[in-house]
Write a protein that binds this ligand. Structure first.
Ligand code: USQ
Length: 394
């Protein structure tokens, strides 16, 4: 299939290009390379060195034997987006090209407004470009499990079914997002559902959990194929951050009680799930929702897991609780459904211990990069807007 990846330079976008190419798909994509700038803006760096765009293009050509059409441009510029879709004529568009950090969106008015403008407008541009230039294509839109929040009931996949006086209907499950970033994804979901209804666009909205890990087998040994791994308070996420902390002997930063539960998924299995969605499109006009994660864990369970795996390779790890910079429930019910991907044949290929071990070993070779930026490990962006460094809870 011809697959266009919006956000092809990111943590997920670059491995997805490699993965889909290895499965025989023709891939193209676009990116403004902003992730590299945001991480630098908050004082971070990728813990693993990554190649620049030109090197990535050369590596892709060496592997695939063909040029990759990877355009640099702004997805909030409609003419750019429409040009990409018109020229490439995709059968599927995977939209990963958004600002993905909750803390970044909570910094101040400018970061909140920019996040929502960027994310909501670029999704609308993709929907319009598909309607005008590739109306039969399938949109696979990256949403987030965080759209649902943490309600005290089971979470279905996007909708719950109702029946009244013989009429069946499906109603969107309530969204209770926990940051301006997560709210931007809620707006995208509503807009995508509406575009499916009015224009017949086929769409899969992926409510993905937190992704972790550094590798997919299709990268081989070519260092230029590596994806980034962030550890700062904005772009680093729970397991990846804990692994980076473990290799430099920094205490793991558990926020608050640490009983917050989330769904998690290794990078390799995120690729498998996205490919399953691409290869099994819905009908024209169908908007479907997949909850995409492998297992749910509490943050405290994850910290203990990283500590145990680190001990196996000779690293001694301490876990500290810090004042939670976020406004979120710290101990709650969490039971989301994830049947749709299983029905399509999703089979987890990696267990969490082996991915954490592989990540720790890979990070050990690069620990100087983390040590040099260790000040980004303690959070100071607070949801109440009064930013200050979190203290350890004794
Ligand atoms: N947390 C800690 N310590 C840390 C970092 C995080 O205890 O050092 C806690 C947070 O308070 C939160 C949980 O871990 O309760 C998850 O935080 P996170 O930073 O790993 O993930 P989150 O902010 O939810 O966002 C990430 C991605 C986002 C994606 C989302 C999926 O950045 O793009 O949408 O995961 S989900 O979490 O399911 O909403």
């Amino acid at each position: 299939m011809r697959v266009f990846i919006a956000g092809i330079d990111g943590y997920l976008g670059w491995p997805l290009a490699i993965y889909l190419n290895a499965r025989g798909h023709t891939v193209a994509g676009a990116d403004l390379l902003l992730r590299r700038e945001w991480v630098a803006e908050v004082g971070g760096i990728s813990a693993l060195p990554i190649a620049g765009r030109e090197e990535r293009l050369a590596a892709f050509k060496d592997k695939a034997g063909a040029e990759l059409d990877f355009r640099v441009g702004d997805l909030t510029d409609y003419q750019f987006v429409k040009g990409c879709i018109q020229d490439f004529q995709p059968e599927a568009v995977v939209h990963l090209g958004q600002m993905p950090s909750a803390p970044y969106s909570m910094m101040d008015q400018a970061h909140c407004v920019w996040t929502q403008q960027n994310n909501v407008i670029n999704n609308l541009n993709i929907l319009w470009a598909m309607k005008e230039a590739a109306s039969a294509a399938h949109l696979i839109k990256l949403g987030t499990m965080g759209e649902y929040g943490t309600p005290a009931v089971d979470i279905p996949e996007g909708f719950f079914e109702v029946e009244f006086r013989g009429r069946k209907d499906r109603l969107p499950f309530p969204r209770q997002a926990g940051s301006w970033y997560h709210q931007s994804k809620v707006h995208d979901s509503h807009n995508t559902d509406f575009a499916s209804k009015i224009w017949g666009i086929r769409a899969t909205d992926i409510m993905q959990g937190v992704v972790f890990g550094t590798r997919i087998p299709e990268m081989g040994d070519d260092m230029r194929m590596r994806t980034r791994l962030d550890f700062d308070q904005c772009f680093g996420t729970a397991i990846n951050r804990f692994c980076c902390q473990a290799v430099i002997g920094h205490p793991l930063t558990l926020y608050g009680l640490g009983m917050q539960r989330r769904g998690f998924l290794p990078l390799a299995d995120s690729m498998q799930c996205l490919a399953l969605a691409v290869e099994n499109p819905p009908e024209a006009g169908e908007y479907r929702v997949f909850n995409q994660f492998e297992n749910a864990y509490s943050i405290s369970e994850l910290a203990q897991l990283v500590k145990c795996v680190a001990a196996d390779i000779g690293l001694s790890v301490e876990i500290n609780r810090y004042v939670n910079p976020r406004t979120e429930l710290e101990d709650h019910y969490y039971k989301p459904d994830r049947q749709h991907l299983l029905d399509l044949g999703y089979q987890p290929t990696r267990d969490i211990q082996s991915v954490v071990r592989e990540t720790l070993l890979e990070l050990l070779d690069n620990k100087g990069r983390i040590e040099g930026h260790a000040d980004v490990l303690i959070p100071d962006i607070r949801w109440d807007g009064v930013h200050r460094r979190s203290e350890v809870i004794r």
